[in-house]
Design a protein around this ligand. Structure first.
Ligand SMILES: Nc1ncnc2c1ncn2[C@@H]1O[C@H](COP(=O)(O)OP(=O)(O)OP(=O)(O)O)[C@@H](O)[C@H]1O
Ligand SMILES: [Mg+2]
Length: 767
């Protein structure tokens, strides 16, 4: 068809075939064009204006393409303009410039052939278009069901593209491009592109919108809840007639009777609390701090009992023996009575586990009539454990010293610094130096905990430290301590402790009062010898508890009426003996010697074994020996070889490979006090003479053959007794140590005091 058509320029919208479009018609040339169409039978063609603002259609720049239309409806408005409804029919192209005819805009147009494309491509693009359009509709808040109202799914691909274009927001140029496109596939392609852009844009918009909405909701909810909470709190306070937190604290601070400096600081903090929002983190921090300050026993003071007799009684009631310690405590009490201001030294109880160090602290508090607190120092590596964290940290706490003081409830309690030998240090600071300040009487009246940040007076506190070994206590700390050794108990002492203290307590604990059998001394001896191997009484107490448990069960089950305890019963309850009196039998060939050792767990015996085999002269040492122990073995060997002829030993006897071994190879051992034992073992092997039975020794040696004193004599003697030793060789310098040992310990044992290694060999080796 090549016809002159009446042209209606469109300002903004683009009419596609199949599309129904309402168009207001106002320009005279456009109204004339309508007349031409209706009266003159001119086809009606809508062509988009390139610039919608241009007023005069003949001069306006217009697209090359347009769409023929059917006039569906026309309404004449009173102002002379009209409103029409048209349906797009066909794409046409202008084939001549726009001209004028009877006041209307006209032009010749040619119909527009549609290219035939690859049907598969077209169908894929069609599907994509439909799907994307569906998404776009959902994003825009349309019901997916509306899809069909807007776009008919049965449309052919070319119409589908046009329909979709008519519904999505796309620029005028892009719309014209789609109108111009000859190929259906090309048209769909463009539509898909526009859809993708539109969907993506819409997605971002939706997301932003949601986020904004959410943020607003949360803020608003929070605000409302806070308001409600505030109102509720006010109401509650009114109901209970309670003054605010701050007022209560002010009263508490004034009542606490604290030093002026502390009170000023605390009142400042109360003021701050008043200004803070009750639901802020700051408020909680401030409040907790105030609580702590008010909990410190600033002025609560207990009066020391001045009755020495009563004190003695209390101490005896809880603990048997330990005369030295009790004496020292009573002296302390006496001095305090004469001079209440005196600043006594810090006592430190040192000894193996289970000898009553910690529990003695408690009874000292009882004897003095003071409150008691325990500070476990074992494994502390961090200075803040002692001194606390600065309060600005969330979850900050006062240090252990201050916490113990608060818990004790008075300013002059007995505080046990338990296991002071196990304080460590690392990059987080040195807790030992913080302890120094705590323990120093000239500094500790102004002890500052980081958390509290106000000086607290610790000078009234009676600190008592406990330790298993003294060596690992840092020197500066050691210097401030008065060490009292608690060496461990003899079998006799253990029997009494069990009888007087452990058994009555355990019988009560197990609810066996009146029903329990009596533990005869023989039974106790059996338990101690066969089932325990310790310096203290903890294991003994455990074994007695075990027996009590079994008896309790029998009583409840009703299987026995009057329980008895004899050797067989004990075996039945506790199983076969766990330890044996070990020694004598095992020393029956040259090269084996019994030594006495001192460990953190008390005294113990150790065997030193020597042997030799053909080979070049050398000395091997095994059994997890430390450097010091290895060096004393070498000194022993050197001394022996240098004195060989004087001792009447043939030099040929040394042409061997020697091996020294100290069994229990898994346990590390160190220290110089096995020197005499090693030299005796080596001498025994080169001379072929056995060591006398039931003989043990301890002593350090020098290269010139002198025997030097050793530590832990009482523990060693105790261990020797446990092992059935009858002769003990000790350095002459240790003779005075023996005076402090109870006579029953020395009974049945012959002591020899030696000055030189030569004496040792003469006394120890069989002829
Ligand atoms: N001489 C004694 N008289 C009465 N009971 C004692 C005696 N010695 C220890 N005990 C009891 O032994 C138990 C263990 O004592 P405690 O816990 O005080 O040992 P410790 O020396 O502190 O040990 P560790 O070094 O392992 O901490 C306590 O129940 C204590 O009552
Ligand atoms: Mg303890």
């Amino acid at each position: 068809m090549n016809d002159v058509a009446a042209i209606l320029p469109l300002r903004g919208p683009v009419l596609y075939p199949g599309m129904i479009l309402p168009v207001p018609v106002g320009r005279p040339s456009s109204l004339a064009a309508l007349e031409l169409h209706q009266d003159g039978g001119f086809p009606l063609v809508f062509i988009p204006q390139l610039d919608p603002d241009e007023e005069v259609p003949t001069k306006a720049r217009m697209a090359q393409v347009g769409c023929t239309a059917r006039l569906v409806n026309m309404v004449h408005l009173p102002d002379g303009t009209a409103r029409i409804l048209v349906e797009g029919i066909n794409r046409v192209r202008r084939s001549a410039p726009i001209t004028e005819h009877e006041g209307a805009t006209v032009s010749t147009t040619t119909a527009f052939p549609e290219a035939n494309d690859d049907p598969q491509q077209v169908s894929q693009l069609t599907r994509a278009t439909a799907e994307l359009f569906g998404q776009w509709l959902v994003l825009n808040g349309f019901n997916p069901a509306d899809h069909e109202l807007l776009v008919d799914p049965s449309l052919d691909p070319a119409r589908l593209a046009d329909q979709v274009m008519g519904n999505i927001p796309v620029s005028l140029i892009n719309r014209i491009e789609v109108l111009e496109e000859v190929s259906i596939a090309g048209r769909l392609h463009k539509v898909v592109e526009h859809l993708i852009k539109a969907v993506a844009g819409q997605q971002v918009a939706v997301e932003v919108n949601e986020r904004v909405q959410k943020a607003m909701d949360k803020g608003q909810r929070e605000y409302h809840l806070k308001e409600q909470l505030k109102a509720l709190k006010d109401e509650l306070n009114k109901l209970q007639g309670r003054p605010g937190d701050a007022d209560a604290f002010e009263q508490k601070v004034r009542d606490a009777n604290m030093p002026e400096e502390a009170q000023d600081e605390a009142l400042r903090e109360v003021d701050r609390l008043r200004r803070l929002q009750p639901d802020s983190a700051e408020y909680t921090i401030c409040r907790t701090w105030l609580e702590t300050v008010c909990d410190v026993p600033w002025s609560t003071h207990t009066t020391d009992s001045t009755d020495l007799k009563r004190a003695q009684k209390v101490l005896d009631r809880e603990h048997y023996g330990l005369e030295l310690v009790k004496e020292r405590v009573l002296e302390y009490l006496a001095v305090r009575q004469l001079n209440p201001e005196s600043k006594g030294p810090i006592l430190c109880f040192a000894g193996p586990p289970g000898v009553g160090k910690t529990s003695l602290g408690q009874s000292i508090a009882d004897a003095l009539g003071r409150d008691f607190g325990r500070i476990a120092l074992g494994g502390i590596k961090d200075e803040t454990e002692i001194r606390g964290h600065r309060r600005t940290y969330i979850g900050a706490l006062p240090g252990r010293i201050l916490r113990a003081l608060i818990r004790s409830g008075s300013r002059n309690p007995v505080l046990i610094l338990d296991e002071i030998d196990k304080v460590g240090n690392d990059f987080r600071g040195d807790p030992a130096s913080a302890l120094l300040e705590v323990l120093d009487p000239s500094q500790n009246h102004t002890f500052v905990d980081h958390y509290l940040d106000i000086p607290v007076d610790l000078s009234q506190v009676l600190f008592i430290a406990t330790a298993n070994v003294i060596d690992t206590i840092p020197a500066a700390l050691h210097d401030r301590l008065e060490v009292i050794d608690i060496p461990g108990y003899t079998e006799e002492e253990k029997t009494v402790i069990a009888k007087k203290h452990l058994i009555p307590r355990l019988i009560k604990d197990h609810g066996l009062t009146g029903k329990a059998p009596s533990f005869s001394p023989k039974v106790l001896q059996q338990i101690i010898r066969d089932y325990t191997h310790e310096a203290g009484v903890r294991d003994l107490s455990r074994q007695i508890a075990r027996i009590n448990r079994k008896i309790a069960r029998q009583v409840v089950e009703g299987t026995v009426d009057k329980p008895r305890l004899n050797a067989t019963q004990v075996r039945k309850y506790l199983g076969p003996p766990r330890y044996f009196v070990e020694v004598a039998e095992q020393v029956d060939e040259p090269g084996v010697v019994v030594g006495l050792a001192w460990t953190a767990a008390g005294g113990d015996i150790l065997f030193v074994e020597a042997t030799r085999m053909p080979g070049k002269l050398s000395l091997r040492m095994t059994g997890s020996l430390g450097d010091v122990m290895k060096e004393s073995a070498e000194a022993a060997m050197s001394w022996l070889r240098s004195r060989a002829d004087r001792l009447g030993i043939d030099a040929k006897q040394f042409d061997y490979e020697f091996h020294l071994h100290v069994p229990a190879g898994g346990i590390p051992k160190d220290g110089p006090s096995a020197g005499v034992t090693m030299v005796t073992a080596l001498a025994s092997i080169v001379t072929g003479r056995c060591v006398k039975p039931k003989l043990a020794m301890s002593g350090e040696i020098t290269l010139r053959g002198k025997v030097l004193p050793v530590g832990g004599v009482k523990e060693k003697v105790l261990a020797a007794r446990r092992a059935g030793i009858r002769t003990i060789l000790l350095p002459a310098h240790n003779k005075s140590d023996l005076e402090n040992i109870p006579p029953e310990l020395k009974k049945d044992i012959t002591f020899h005091f030696v000055e030189t290694v030569k004496d040792v060999l003469e006394l120890a080796l069989e002829d």
